[in-house]
Design a protein around this ligand. Sequence first.
Ligand code: 3PG
Length: 215
Amino acid sequence: MKHDRSNRIRELIGQRTVLPVLVIDDAAKAVPLARALADGGLKLIEITLRTPAALSAIAAIAEALPGIEVGAGTVCDASDARHAQKAGARFAVSPGHATNLGKACAELGLPYLPGVATASEVMAARNDGYDVMKFFPAEAAGGLAMLAALAGPFPDVMFCPTGGIDAANAPAYLARSNVLCVGGSWIAPRDEVTAGHWAKLTGLAAAAARLQRGG
Ligand code: 3PG
């Protein structure tokens, strides 16, 4: 089976091991936050479409910081994907997978990371041509044991676990051979963003950027 639909997401992730998942309440905080994370070494970021400010936040970062790869998270349908791309998102991440969402992203030329939590969902995404998948919600869906179990039948699939990942458990996830990167909000806690504690956020980003695959 040919799995070429994940090529561009693979390229974007490259050697990166951590994808910050950001919830932005105030679009005015987007650029200083992205700059703080980039100063710590994290230049690939996901802004979740969970707040009214999300699309403006993506647009502000795309405009002001072209060196940062900003993507949209919580992309649940084709309309989300279109709005995200129009705002300047360079990739789309979904908590799940739907064939028509994947097709819409392919038509838009928007790299797409589908989400899975079960063997059947892995099979459906694989069948649609993807071999890099977000594993969500990682901790609630079986965590490390589930990833080990999925490696048996799906040796060709790489996962980006998110949901319950933090500085303490990220190294164990990255030690798994079927984990490409981990994602999460621990790098940019909502209250620290609201308070504008940029130096602290740069420190959290720098610690995350030091995480390596293979533990
Ligand atoms: C996501 O969308 O990837 C998750 O909500 C991130 O989960 P976390 O907040 O537990 O890191």
